[in-house]
Design a protein. Sequence first.
Length: 235
Amino acid sequence: MIAYIIFLVAFLYAIGFVGNIYVPKTIDSGIEPSLINAILTNTILLSVFALQHSIMARPAFKKWFISIFSQAMERSTYILLSSLALILMYWQWQPITTIVWETENTILSSVLTGLFFLGWIIVLLSTFMINHFELFGLAQIFDNLKNKQTANPKFQTNYLYKIVRHPIMLGFLIAFWATPTMTAGHLFFALVTTVYILIAVKYLEEKDLKKFIGEKYETYQQEVPMIIPFTKRKQ
């Protein structure tokens, strides 16, 4: 439960951090260091999150983890450390405030802001279209308290999962890129996270899913695009 609460705080803070709204430290706030220092620091911060997120999600790591700790703890531990890595990034992120683009048109600005929030809504709703509480480790903990082992996740293609295979990642990409004012620091964040998402999904997550689910997932790959909607082609 503590891990889930920390996740919720980190998730909600992410909206303010990327959108420069409501929170004390955002992607563009703070004292701006030298460009080299900012790029180096931010690269390290993003790498910490990427490595933790990718390594701990792999089946080999999970197998090692549950050989030492309780299986019920595995997902909650993953969520907790992911959230802490995000909090570290919020805290130590170095702004680069040079303006790359800025929208002065009121209607276009409102559209981009609406897309920004739509991206976060897609992320949240997509978690409930599979199994939100299992995804974030709560189901495993509650089952363990009942001396019950959580069943393996079922392969589901509900709602947005019929449009793209990874709607959560689609939501993140929309949220990261849709902004009326794009600074160099925000652009660096968006570029690096986009590259990471595409590589991690295509070469790590999809590989694991094909191995775990098999032919059914391969058919799903052929019928539904990976992240970009309405592009029916194998990716």
